[in-house]
Design a protein. Structure first.
Length: 290
């Protein structure tokens, strides 16, 4: 599922291919995306005859503004947003095509239809855009902001990281990677993190997302950038999908458990559970005669 680095890579590769282009035609399949009706007439009003401006991203959402309104895109599980020659044959599961005056075409392909393409007019952006928490690759994401977001919730820290209203952009892959890097057990209650752990987690979140963007995202199945190219961050993952393989830090085989119905990968040594941590601290205290 595309997360922040994949969506950012799509934005960067999309930008030179849509900015300044004038749309001359728009087509939308009759199938709903994520339960939302196609709204083909609204799409045409939002893009046809209008000039596309620089695409923007917030969390996992992509905004394609035009001089008439625009389009808000969420890639869902398997969405692909690419620009190609308008004459090229359309792939199966193509749900949206916007043709530009220079003979190129923006296409949205989504086999599972969990993604979203919401047209809008003027500045009436769909509420989803502003209902997200801070984006970790902006200045708004400070250590204090992360501490405040995690404070006061007993939820497992990994589940808190996946909550887009708290923090926008992390999914299962990069949340697992950030917790491994910060040496925090995924099931630790978010509100129980020590300040030093919040500091480590803040640094880890920024690091794994920045690395993901640098590698053009993680392609496990469907994700490609706007040119149709695959990412390479899957070759740099330290925790996600590595159950049974040695931890790069300590050599212990990594484990996988299920948390919030999602697979969760962690090192049992580098990321001790709170329970084990307490036992160890208790033992250390006894040894010290406290
Ligand atoms: Zn380890």
């Amino acid at each position: 599922m595309p997360e922040l680095p994949e969506v950012e890579t799509v934005r960067r590769t999309l930008s030179p291919r849509v900015e300044g282009r004038v749309a001359v035609d728009a087509w939308r399949s009759r199938l709903a995306l994520h339960g939302q009706p196609p709204r083909g007439a609204l799409l045409r009003r939002a893009v046809v005859g209008a000039t596309f401006q620089a695409p923007q991203r917030r969390g996992k959402l992509l905004l394609l503004p035009t001089t008439a309104g625009g389009l808000l895109v969420h890639l869902g599980m398997s969405g692909r947003l690419t620009v190609t020659d308008a004459a090229a044959p359309a792939a199966p599961h193509t749900h949206l095509r916007i043709t530009f005056s220079d003979g190129t075409q923006l296409r949205y392909v989504d086999a599972r239809r969990f993604g979203q393409c919401q047209p809008f007019l003027g500045d009436a952006l769909p509420p989803a855009w502003s209902q997200q928490g801070p984006d970790p690759l902006t200045r708004a994401f400070t250590e204090e902001v992360l501490a405040a977001a995690l404070q006061g919730t007993r939820r497992a820290v990994k589940l808190a990281l996946l909550d887009q209203a708290l923090l926008a952009g992390l999914g299962n892959i990069y949340a697992s990677e950030a917790l491994w890097l910060a040496r925090i057990h995924p099931a630790t209650p978010a509100g129980a993190l020590l300040r030093a752990q919040v500091t480590a987690l803040h640094h880890a979140v920024v690091t794994v997302l920045t690395d993901g963007v640098r590698h053009g995202g993680t392609t496990l199945r469907d994700y490609v950038d706007a040119r149709g190219g695959r990412g390479s961050h899957q070759d740099h993952l330290q925790a996600y999908g590595r159950e049974g393989q040695p931890c790069a830090r300590c050599g212990m085989p990594l484990r996988c458990s299920v948390l919030g119905q999602r697979s969760t990968f962690f090192c049992p040594v580098c990321q001790p559970s709170v329970h084990v941590g307490r036992q160890r601290r208790g033992k250390a205290a006894r040894l010290l005669g406290r």
